[in-house]
Design a protein around this ligand. Structure first.
Ligand code: URA
Length: 239
Protein backbone atom coordinates (compact mmCIF):
# COMPACT_ATOMS: atom_id res chain seq x y z
CA UNK A 1 0.00 0.00 0.00
CA UNK A 2 1.32 3.47 -0.90
CA UNK A 3 0.98 6.01 1.89
CA UNK A 4 -1.37 8.96 1.32
CA UNK A 5 1.62 11.35 1.43
CA UNK A 6 3.48 9.41 -1.21
CA UNK A 7 0.41 9.32 -3.47
CA UNK A 8 -0.06 13.10 -3.01
CA UNK A 9 3.62 13.74 -3.86
CA UNK A 10 3.45 11.54 -6.94
CA UNK A 11 0.31 13.36 -8.09
CA UNK A 12 2.09 16.71 -7.63
CA UNK A 13 5.05 15.46 -9.68
CA UNK A 14 2.67 14.24 -12.40
CA UNK A 15 1.03 17.67 -12.51
CA UNK A 16 4.50 19.17 -13.05
CA UNK A 17 5.01 16.88 -16.03
CA UNK A 18 7.21 14.30 -14.30
CA UNK A 19 5.75 11.08 -15.53
CA UNK A 20 8.56 8.60 -14.96
CA UNK A 21 10.92 8.11 -12.06
CA UNK A 22 14.16 6.21 -12.62
CA UNK A 23 14.60 2.90 -10.82
CA UNK A 24 17.98 4.12 -9.47
CA UNK A 25 19.31 7.45 -8.26
CA UNK A 26 21.92 9.06 -10.58
CA UNK A 27 24.71 8.08 -8.15
CA UNK A 28 23.69 4.40 -8.17
CA UNK A 29 23.31 4.52 -11.93
CA UNK A 30 26.90 5.70 -12.28
CA UNK A 31 28.16 3.10 -9.79
CA UNK A 32 26.59 0.19 -11.65
CA UNK A 33 27.49 1.66 -15.05
CA UNK A 34 24.00 2.36 -16.35
CA UNK A 35 23.56 5.09 -18.93
CA UNK A 36 22.63 8.33 -17.23
CA UNK A 37 18.97 9.25 -17.42
CA UNK A 38 17.47 12.54 -16.40
CA UNK A 39 16.33 12.25 -12.80
CA UNK A 40 13.26 14.34 -13.55
CA UNK A 41 12.03 13.22 -16.93
CA UNK A 42 9.87 16.08 -18.15
CA UNK A 43 7.83 15.47 -21.27
CA UNK A 44 7.12 18.11 -23.89
CA UNK A 45 4.57 20.79 -23.03
CA UNK A 46 1.98 19.69 -25.59
CA UNK A 47 2.07 16.14 -24.18
CA UNK A 48 1.69 17.53 -20.69
CA UNK A 49 -1.39 19.41 -21.77
CA UNK A 50 -2.79 16.31 -23.48
CA UNK A 51 -2.29 14.20 -20.39
CA UNK A 52 -3.90 16.74 -18.10
CA UNK A 53 -6.81 17.15 -20.50
CA UNK A 54 -7.25 13.39 -20.76
CA UNK A 55 -7.32 13.13 -16.98
CA UNK A 56 -9.90 15.89 -16.69
CA UNK A 57 -12.09 14.49 -19.45
CA UNK A 58 -11.93 10.98 -18.01
CA UNK A 59 -12.85 12.37 -14.60
CA UNK A 60 -15.83 14.22 -16.08
CA UNK A 61 -17.00 11.11 -17.91
CA UNK A 62 -16.67 9.06 -14.75
CA UNK A 63 -18.68 11.65 -12.79
CA UNK A 64 -21.67 11.44 -15.12
CA UNK A 65 -21.66 7.74 -15.93
CA UNK A 66 -24.68 7.05 -13.70
CA UNK A 67 -26.31 10.48 -14.16
CA UNK A 68 -29.98 10.67 -13.24
CA UNK A 69 -30.29 14.43 -13.26
CA UNK A 70 -33.18 14.50 -15.70
CA UNK A 71 -36.05 12.40 -16.95
CA UNK A 72 -34.14 11.22 -20.04
CA UNK A 73 -31.81 9.10 -17.93
CA UNK A 74 -34.34 6.30 -17.50
CA UNK A 75 -34.90 6.11 -21.28
CA UNK A 76 -31.32 5.92 -22.46
CA UNK A 77 -29.34 2.94 -23.70
CA UNK A 78 -26.06 4.86 -23.47
CA UNK A 79 -24.88 8.29 -22.42
CA UNK A 80 -23.35 9.95 -25.48
CA UNK A 81 -20.50 11.80 -23.84
CA UNK A 82 -18.72 13.11 -26.93
CA UNK A 83 -15.48 12.14 -28.63
CA UNK A 84 -12.52 13.41 -30.54
CA UNK A 85 -9.21 15.12 -30.19
CA UNK A 86 -8.62 16.71 -26.81
CA UNK A 87 -6.31 19.22 -28.48
CA UNK A 88 -8.84 20.00 -31.20
CA UNK A 89 -8.92 23.54 -32.55
CA UNK A 90 -12.47 22.97 -33.75
CA UNK A 91 -15.32 21.75 -31.53
CA UNK A 92 -18.66 20.81 -33.15
CA UNK A 93 -21.64 21.06 -30.82
CA UNK A 94 -24.83 19.26 -31.83
CA UNK A 95 -28.16 19.07 -30.13
CA UNK A 96 -28.85 15.63 -28.67
CA UNK A 97 -28.17 11.99 -29.49
CA UNK A 98 -30.53 10.24 -31.89
CA UNK A 99 -31.35 6.56 -32.08
CA UNK A 100 -28.02 5.36 -33.54
CA UNK A 101 -26.05 7.53 -31.14
CA UNK A 102 -28.03 6.19 -28.17
CA UNK A 103 -27.37 2.61 -29.28
CA UNK A 104 -23.65 3.12 -29.95
CA UNK A 105 -22.82 5.71 -27.28
CA UNK A 106 -21.10 7.90 -29.91
CA UNK A 107 -22.09 11.29 -31.31
CA UNK A 108 -23.19 11.79 -34.91
CA UNK A 109 -23.03 8.22 -36.19
CA UNK A 110 -26.40 8.12 -38.01
CA UNK A 111 -27.35 9.68 -41.36
CA UNK A 112 -26.73 13.23 -40.12
CA UNK A 113 -23.41 12.02 -38.71
CA UNK A 114 -22.31 10.62 -42.05
CA UNK A 115 -23.02 14.01 -43.59
CA UNK A 116 -21.15 15.79 -40.77
CA UNK A 117 -18.16 13.51 -41.42
CA UNK A 118 -18.30 14.47 -45.12
CA UNK A 119 -18.36 18.15 -44.19
CA UNK A 120 -15.38 17.67 -41.85
CA UNK A 121 -13.47 15.81 -44.57
CA UNK A 122 -14.31 18.53 -47.12
CA UNK A 123 -12.62 20.94 -44.70
CA UNK A 124 -9.43 18.89 -45.06
CA UNK A 125 -9.92 17.56 -41.55
CA UNK A 126 -10.80 14.18 -40.10
CA UNK A 127 -13.17 13.31 -37.25
CA UNK A 128 -10.08 12.38 -35.24
CA UNK A 129 -8.77 15.94 -35.50
CA UNK A 130 -11.89 17.66 -34.16
CA UNK A 131 -14.05 17.19 -31.08
CA UNK A 132 -17.76 16.40 -31.39
CA UNK A 133 -20.25 16.76 -28.56
CA UNK A 134 -23.88 17.59 -27.89
CA UNK A 135 -25.77 20.01 -25.67
CA UNK A 136 -27.49 17.09 -23.94
CA UNK A 137 -26.07 13.61 -23.54
CA UNK A 138 -29.16 11.40 -23.54
CA UNK A 139 -31.62 10.80 -26.36
CA UNK A 140 -35.01 12.54 -26.09
CA UNK A 141 -37.94 10.25 -26.98
CA UNK A 142 -38.66 10.14 -30.74
CA UNK A 143 -35.84 12.69 -31.20
CA UNK A 144 -38.00 15.56 -29.98
CA UNK A 145 -36.27 18.83 -29.11
CA UNK A 146 -34.55 18.85 -25.72
CA UNK A 147 -36.70 20.54 -23.08
CA UNK A 148 -35.42 23.40 -20.96
CA UNK A 149 -35.13 21.33 -17.77
CA UNK A 150 -33.08 18.72 -19.68
CA UNK A 151 -30.76 21.38 -21.07
CA UNK A 152 -30.43 22.94 -17.61
CA UNK A 153 -29.54 19.56 -16.12
CA UNK A 154 -26.89 18.84 -18.76
CA UNK A 155 -25.42 22.18 -19.83
CA UNK A 156 -22.54 22.10 -17.36
CA UNK A 157 -21.09 19.05 -19.05
CA UNK A 158 -20.66 20.62 -22.49
CA UNK A 159 -19.37 23.80 -20.81
CA UNK A 160 -16.80 21.73 -18.94
CA UNK A 161 -15.82 19.94 -22.15
CA UNK A 162 -15.30 23.26 -23.91
CA UNK A 163 -13.29 24.46 -20.95
CA UNK A 164 -11.06 21.36 -21.02
CA UNK A 165 -10.46 21.40 -24.78
CA UNK A 166 -10.17 25.16 -25.18
CA UNK A 167 -10.79 25.07 -28.93
CA UNK A 168 -10.05 28.03 -31.19
CA UNK A 169 -13.47 27.68 -32.77
CA UNK A 170 -16.83 26.26 -31.76
CA UNK A 171 -19.27 25.39 -34.52
CA UNK A 172 -22.82 25.02 -33.25
CA UNK A 173 -24.93 22.77 -35.44
CA UNK A 174 -28.53 23.91 -35.68
CA UNK A 175 -30.94 26.01 -33.71
CA UNK A 176 -30.86 24.25 -30.33
CA UNK A 177 -27.10 24.33 -29.73
CA UNK A 178 -26.74 27.82 -31.23
CA UNK A 179 -29.51 29.38 -29.18
CA UNK A 180 -28.38 27.58 -26.03
CA UNK A 181 -24.76 28.72 -26.16
CA UNK A 182 -25.54 32.19 -27.48
CA UNK A 183 -28.57 32.70 -25.21
CA UNK A 184 -30.71 34.01 -28.03
CA UNK A 185 -34.01 33.15 -29.68
CA UNK A 186 -32.86 34.36 -33.09
CA UNK A 187 -33.43 31.96 -36.00
CA UNK A 188 -30.48 29.89 -37.17
CA UNK A 189 -30.88 31.32 -40.69
CA UNK A 190 -30.27 34.79 -39.19
CA UNK A 191 -27.49 33.70 -36.83
CA UNK A 192 -25.31 31.74 -39.26
CA UNK A 193 -22.58 33.20 -41.41
CA UNK A 194 -20.74 35.17 -38.76
CA UNK A 195 -18.59 34.59 -35.72
CA UNK A 196 -19.82 35.38 -32.21
CA UNK A 197 -17.82 35.55 -29.02
CA UNK A 198 -18.41 32.69 -26.62
CA UNK A 199 -16.31 33.14 -23.48
CA UNK A 200 -13.36 34.36 -25.57
CA UNK A 201 -13.78 31.63 -28.23
CA UNK A 202 -15.03 32.32 -31.76
CA UNK A 203 -18.37 30.60 -32.31
CA UNK A 204 -19.90 29.96 -35.74
CA UNK A 205 -23.52 28.83 -35.84
CA UNK A 206 -24.58 26.87 -38.92
CA UNK A 207 -27.40 24.64 -40.10
CA UNK A 208 -27.67 21.16 -38.57
CA UNK A 209 -26.60 18.32 -40.91
CA UNK A 210 -30.03 16.70 -40.36
CA UNK A 211 -31.58 19.86 -41.83
CA UNK A 212 -29.31 19.52 -44.87
CA UNK A 213 -30.67 16.01 -45.51
CA UNK A 214 -34.06 17.56 -46.27
CA UNK A 215 -32.92 20.98 -47.50
CA UNK A 216 -29.97 20.46 -49.85
CA UNK A 217 -30.23 24.14 -50.83
CA UNK A 218 -28.73 24.91 -47.39
CA UNK A 219 -25.49 23.09 -48.24
CA UNK A 220 -24.07 26.18 -49.94
CA UNK A 221 -24.43 28.48 -46.90
CA UNK A 222 -23.02 25.73 -44.66
CA UNK A 223 -20.00 25.41 -46.93
CA UNK A 224 -19.55 29.21 -46.77
CA UNK A 225 -19.59 28.97 -42.97
CA UNK A 226 -17.06 26.13 -43.04
CA UNK A 227 -14.80 28.14 -45.33
CA UNK A 228 -14.85 31.00 -42.82
CA UNK A 229 -13.80 28.52 -40.12
CA UNK A 230 -11.05 27.10 -42.36
CA UNK A 231 -9.72 30.60 -42.99
CA UNK A 232 -9.67 31.28 -39.26
CA UNK A 233 -7.77 28.01 -38.69
CA UNK A 234 -5.41 28.68 -41.64
CA UNK A 235 -6.56 25.53 -43.43
CA UNK A 236 -5.98 25.93 -47.18
CA UNK A 237 -8.94 25.36 -49.47
CA UNK A 238 -8.76 22.23 -51.64
CA UNK A 239 -8.53 23.11 -55.33
N1 URA B 1 -27.96 15.00 -34.00
C1 URA B 1 -27.31 15.66 -33.03
O1 URA B 1 -27.58 16.82 -32.78
N2 URA B 1 -26.38 15.01 -32.37
C2 URA B 1 -26.04 13.74 -32.62
O2 URA B 1 -25.14 13.21 -31.95
C3 URA B 1 -26.73 13.08 -33.64
C4 URA B 1 -27.68 13.73 -34.33
Amino acid sequence: MLSDDLIKNLQLLKKDGILFLPKYTPATQEKIGLAKTEYHTTVKTSENIAITKADKMAQLQEQIKNCQNCKLSSLRTNIVFGEGNLNAELFFVGEAPGENEDLQGKPFVGKAGILLTKIINAMNLSREEVYIGNIIKCRPPKNRDPENDEIDACINIILAQIDIIKPKIICTLGRVSSKTLLATDEKISKLRGKFYDFRGIKLMPTFHPAHLLHHPESKKPVWEDMQMIMKELSIPLKK
